[in-house]
Design a protein around this ligand. Structure first.
Ligand code: FMN
Length: 156
């Protein structure tokens, strides 16, 4: 069982969450590679069993770079599993709840992967970040590690 964690990040917050998820998976005995989105040259389902994808939330959706990256998820991924995470501001989470409509990058990623007939392992992780540059809310790194532990349990 081997997975790949791919993140986009402008200021390092989403990277930190991606790193924490990768560490958490490894700590639970799951093999995983971690990549910055622009460093992924090809994404073959021959090399990996599952995807964990994360983007900062920009204008209520994933980053443009991440949207383009999703084009690399081809038919060979059908029926394989994924999880998605993002960073977003607390007001953004409140807005999604109030409007009962998703403004979250992770939810948009999940939507796209389900359209590609992939299976979602867990509800998305929305990590709270303050402002554009951060910091992350206290405890979010721990929450990401706990999320990874839950993922590892699903994978076994
Ligand atoms: C152009 C731009 C648009 C943004 N739009 C949103 C948004 O719609 N909702 C939100 O919660 N945060 C928004 N943010 C804040 C980002 O979520 C925040 O910069 C990001 O989570 C930080 O992650 P990073 O350090 O990995 O880049 C925006 C930031 C930028 C730069």
């Amino acid at each position: 069982m081997k997975g790949i964690v791919v993140y986009d990040s402008s200021y390092g917050n989403t990277r930190a969450i991606g790193e924490a998820i990768a560490e958490g998976l490894k700590a639970s005995g799951v093999e995983v590679d971690l990549f910055y989105v622009k460093d992924v040259k090809k994404l073959s389902a021959k090399d990996y069993d599952f995807l964990v994808l994360g983007s900062p939330t920009k204008f209520g959706t994933m980053s443009f770079t991440f949207k383009r990256f999703l084009g690399k998820v081809k038919d060979d991924w059908v029926n394989k599993t994924f999880a998605a995470f993002d960073t977003e501001n607390p007001e953004n989470i409140e807005r999604s709840q109030a409007e009962n409509k998703e403004w979250s990058a992770a939810e948009k990623i999940a939507e796209k992967l389900k359209e590609k007939k992939m299976n979602q392992m867990l509800p998305v992780l929305k990590a709270v970040v303050f402002g554009q540059k951060g910091p992350l809310k206290e405890g979010e790194i721990q929450r990401a590690k706990a999320y990874a532990k839950e993922l590892a349990a699903k994978l076994k």
